[in-house]
Design a protein around this ligand. Structure first.
Ligand code: RP5
Length: 161
């Protein structure tokens, strides 16, 4: 979904897509238009600058940025746009994502990145958090988000099968 995107979903590498597709799926289920791009802070720095600088004028209301290892992508994007950045630490091979988590969450004061859990849970929750942000000014989306949560509650069995 790319038309009139309100959420930007970016990741540092194709290898992050297995994680970040869960954010895309969640946005799809909630009917939130979004754009998906690979933007690497170190491999495509010019693309990063163009993306971040143009984010507000394209109408993005939040950017979900997933990265692994030395995960400077969310922080660099946050430095170049006033649009809120939601960081998702991708599980890395060497340190299981602890490196990703610390390098996203430990932003110096002044340039915030809202940081979520490592991996799939973080990708889903970043999308739900972005939805909650938009729902404040979008009653129809607020209704869909309520329905999503009700369905999640109904899916919990009383006892294990
Ligand atoms: C980061 O390096 C990406 O976000 C990815 O998680 C990690 C490894 O990238 P690849 O070597 O798999 O392309 O930039």
């Amino acid at each position: 979904m790319t038309q009139d995107a309100t959420i930007g979903l970016i990741m540092g590498s194709q290898s992050d897509w297995d994680t970040m597709r869960h954010a895309a799926d969640t946005l799809d289920r909630l009917g939130i238009p979004h754009e998906v791009r690979i933007v690497s802070a170190h491999r495509t720095p010019d693309r990063l600058v163009d993306y971040a600088r143009g984010a507000r004028d394209r109408g993005l209301r939040a950017i979900i940025a997933g990265a692994g290892g030395a995960a400077h992508l969310p922080g660099m994007v946050a430095a170049m746009t006033p649009v809120p950045v939601l960081g998702v630490p991708v599980q890395s091979a060497a340190l299981s994502g602890l490196d990703s988590l610390l390098s996203i969450v430990q932003m110096p004061g002044g340039v915030p990145v809202a940081t979520f859990a490592i991996g799939k849970a973080g990708a889903i929750n970043a999308a739900l958090f972005a939805a909650a942000l938009l729902a404040g000014t979008d009653p129809a989306l607020a209704g869909r988000l309520d329905q999503w949560r009700d369905a999640q509650t109904r899916d919990v069995a009383d006892a294990p099968r």
